[in-house]
Ligand binder design. Structure first.
Ligand code: NAD
Length: 375
């Protein structure tokens, strides 16, 4: 990230086809006192993007760039506002010394991508002079970020061959594994120990893609029993063959009698109905936005199910990326990631004492840390 030898791109000229404008978002859904929001248009390459910087009091904003088929500017802008606020909270709780920001590009990632589009995006990122550092997110690959890098130094999550931290999934998975260790220890009234054995624990893992499979490997090594589901049979077969997992159909995973339910597929997998049906005493997984709506956290609390807030437990990847700004060292990033278990233990205790959802405690910690720096 921010390597010194990178060729900074020439700024895009401001013409009718190419515009970079600050937007006043007060009153818009998702607005939360954001520091800066800009729209980026380069009609020559079909680029329409928004970059939202929520809060840089803890450090420069770091957050991925999402490419999605948004139906309107308003929908894209709202997503950028909400996602960037989420990044501020994630960084604050994970103690990365980074701020929250996010970019969204309007378009179909399977149809509308081009080198020129990501280079144009890179030129806009460069104009922000390092206030916002971009990376991959849904619909955007490492290769796309390599295109962005030709125009700006303010990119993270590039291949290790470029001196960057590479694929964040293994570190995300390790953080989720530490979070599961913390939740199991809390349930048993024991101190958190990331190296504890899990021989008598069954974990139901929904989605065994990049993070889910790597998580399964850690759990398997610690002796846990695995039940997995995935919509791609090859991923299921890999987990069953290599890690002695058993499998169930995707629609049956939340009915499995397990100690831990680990959602590692798409967001929104827990709604009121599935939370009522769940047979596990712990929910701890990698997926973003696991709760279909915030009120589901209360349903889990009422059922005495321990929920590891998603943005706390899945922070390993962003912690790893945040180490690029120092002399990148994987061991240090992994050590920092282990602290996710300590943070979650603190959250579980607070939620238990006050009888409130863990998600509420996590938000409060984030808000306090942000307020402390802006006071
Ligand atoms: P991935 O695409 O590699 O894996 C997701 C897996 O879920 C795929 O194998 C897919 O087939 C499967 N899946 C989709 N729908 C399913 C369903 N209904 N039931 C069962 N399986 C289903 O993605 P990933 O990088 O492993 O990320 C997993 C989740 O973790 C995502 O929600 C992502 O946003 C979140 N996350 C990832 C990272 C990271 O470092 N990759 C960091 C933070 C959060």
């Amino acid at each position: 990230m921010q390597a010194e030898d990178a060729p900074a791109g020439a700024p895009s000229p401001v013409t009718a086809e190419c515009q970079f404008e600050t937007i006043d978002c007060r009153g818009l859904p998702g607005f939360d006192g954001h520091e800066l929001v800009v729209s980026c248009t380069d009609a020559r390459v079909g680029l329409r993007a928004f970059i939202a910087i929520h809060n840089t009091s803890l450090g420069p904003a770091l957050g991925g760039c999402r490419m999605w088929r948004y139906a309107s500017d308003e929908e894209a802008l709202t997503d950028a506002l909400r996602l960037s606020q989420g990044m501020s909270y994630k960084h604050a709780v994970a103690d990365t010394q980074q701020g929250g920001g996010k970019a969204v590009i309007m378009g179909d990632p399977r149809r509308d991508k081009s080198d020129a589009l990501f280079q144009a995006f890179g030129r806009f990122v460069d104009r922000l002079g390092g206030q916002y550092v971009t990376a991959e997110d849904v619909g955007v690959s490492v290769d796309d970020m390599v295109s962005v890098r030709t125009q700006t130094n303010h990119v993270a999550g590039l291949p290790t061959s470029m001196g960057s931290s590479g694929d964040p999934s293994p570190v995300t998975a390790y953080g989720v594994y530490c979070g599961i260790q913390a939740a199991v220890a809390f349930k048993r009234g024991r101190p958190y120990n990331p190296r504890a054995r899990l021989d008598d624990i069954t974990v139901a893992v929904q989605g065994v893609g990049n993070v889910g499979y790597s998580l399964c490997r850690h759990l398997h090594d610690a002796g846990a029993n695995l039940v997995v589901s995935d919509v791609h049979q090859s991923n299921v077969t890999r987990a069953c063959t290599e890690l002695s997992a058993t499998s169930v159909a995707p629609e049956a995973i939340d009915d499995v009698h397990a100690d831990v339910f680990a959602p590692c597929a798409l967001g929104g997998s827990l709604n009121h109905q599935s939370a009522e049906r769940l047979k596990s005493a712990i929910v701890a997984g990698a997926a973003n936005n696991q709760l279909a709506e915030p009120a589901v956290a209360k349903t889990l609390t009422d059922r005495k199910i321990i929920y590891a807030p998603d943005y706390v437990i899945n922070a390993g990847g962003i912690i790893n990326i945040s180490y690029e700004k120092r002399d990148y060292d994987l061991n240090q990033a992994m050590h920092h990631t282990e602290r996710i278990g300590e943070t979650l233990t603190e959250i579980f205790h607070c939620a238990n004492t006050e009888d409130i959802p863990t998600a509420e405690v996590a938000d409060r910690i984030a808000q306090q840390r942000l307020a402390a720096t802006t006071a």
